[in-house]
Write a protein that binds this ligand. Structure first.
Ligand SMILES: NC(=O)c1ccc[n+]([C@@H]2O[C@H](COP(=O)([O-])OP(=O)(O)OC[C@H]3O[C@@H](n4cnc5c(N)ncnc54)[C@H](OP(=O)(O)O)[C@@H]3O)[C@@H](O)[C@H]2O)c1
Length: 352
């Protein structure tokens, strides 16, 4: 029986990887490695008691990590956090994986492809943290004298986040879709949580060696103009692309908002803007024919407009779709920017 491990398994992506493994793979034991279980993970275990093992781990203990990874073929980390998690905890995890002769290690990246795009330095704090871990991982693997497939998976933005209000991309009252930068014709990549999980599940159980530096998938590659047209068709409403911020003003806002971010916050406001900014550069978008989407033919890739349509219908049913308004969702960014700029000025002046 093949054993594969999902680390951080109470998290959003971790749970979906486990669900995908249970659907896709026969004769596989999924080891869910967590600090503490939760009701959703307990429910997965109750549904498939023979296929799911929940293992509680103490990341500070090498013995605990060794026990968790004993007999494991491949491991996917889905940990979320900053350096103390993505460097310290993941390094310990990788060291244990090497001690236990695990064959494949997927680090917790699941991002736009910051590995191949020629991004400006410090474009995105969270990507820099992940790049830092790759460097550490290289040294850890070399020092061990062992071989392991270190296989980041790059998937663009999670499509599911595109239509939700929190991300301020789709404005359902205005019928607009926001873009950063000078025009809405930059190709960007989107993959749902579920498609990413399905792909990772296939990678985990793949019996063949995967001789690649990383894997790059995209459920839907499109410009904001193309997405607006598809969403219009899907919903029967006319959605148009609308500039959120110029690239220069985005950089300015990032600079200002950094001063207000709380220490240790994984996704402060400036960090979200950094993702928007970096993706808008379009530097990491691959040609469709170069993607690894076809490695596992069982996946049905979801398009962005399908995800927006679902959210639109949910809102419509709940009576939350207003008549077209002229107020700008982008006003929010501008308002935050203005307040933040004044605040930063006062703060910096006060420090003199
Ligand atoms: N491309 C995109 O648009 C996008 C969007 C969102 C996320 N992501 C990426 O996808 C990956 C997974 O994200 P997610 O949304 O599934 O994450 P999540 O649900 O927020 O968290 C994942 C897991 O991280 C673990 N964790 C958090 N703090 C920890 C700590 N201090 N020590 C040890 N473990 C800790 C938890 O594990 P336990 O189960 O042990 O509690 C948690 O279940 C991350 O790499 C994230 O950056 C990408």
């Amino acid at each position: 029986m093949l054993i594969v491990a999902v680390v951080g398994a109470t998290g959003e992506l971790g749970q979906l990887i486990i669900e995908s493994l249970l659907v896709q793979a026969k004769d596989v034991t999924v080891r869910a490695i967590v600090r503490k279980s939760n009701s959703a993970l307990d429910a997965l275990k109750a549904k498939s008691p023979k296929s799911v093992e929940i293992v509680l781990v103490d990341y500070a203990s090498a013995a605990s990590l060794d026990a968790a990874l004993k007999g494991v073929y491949a491991v996917a980390s889905t940990l979320q956090g900053l350096e103390e998690v993505l460097h310290t905890v993941q390094s310990r995890l990788l060291e244990a994986a090497l001690r236990q002769n695990v064959k494949r290690f997927i680090p917790s990246d699941y991002s736009y492809d910051f590995l191949t795009g020629n991004f400006p330095k410090n474009c995105n704090r969270n990507s820099e943290i992940r790049k830092g871990f790759h460097k550490k991982a290289g040294s850890i693997i070399a020092a061990s004298g062992k071989k392991i497939e270190f296989l980041p998976v790059m998937n663009g933005m999670f499509t599911d986040l595109f239509p939700v209000e929190e991300f301020q991309i789709v404005n359902y009252s205005e019928r607009t879709i926001a873009y950063f930068g000078p025009h809405a014709n930059v190709k960007q990549e989107f993959t749902t949580y579920r498609n990413t999980a399905e792909f990772v599940a296939y990678v985990l159980v793949d019996p063949k060696p995967i001789a690649k530096s990383h894997l790059h998938i995209s459920g839907h590659t499109a410009t904001i103009n193309e997405i607006a047209a598809l969403v219009s068709k899907a919903t029967g409403e006319t959605f148009v692309a609308k500039q959120a911020l110029s690239l220069g003003f985005t950089q300015f806002l990032i600079f200002v908002l950094k001063h207000f971010a709380k220490k240790g916050e994984v996704m402060p406001q400036y960090q979200k803007l950094q993702y928007g900014y970096c993706m808008a550069l379009g530097l990491s978008t691959w040609k469709t024919e170069d993607l690894h989407n076809n490695m596992y033919p069982g996946i049905k890739w979801t398009r962005v407009d399908e995800a927006v349509k679902l959210e639109y219908e949910k809102k419509k049913k709940a009576g939350l779709i207003k008549k077209r308004s002229t107020s700008s969702g982008i006003g929010w960014f501008v308002a935050v920017g203005a307040v933040a700029a004044v605040g930063a000025g006062v703060y910096l002046y006060g420090k003199k």
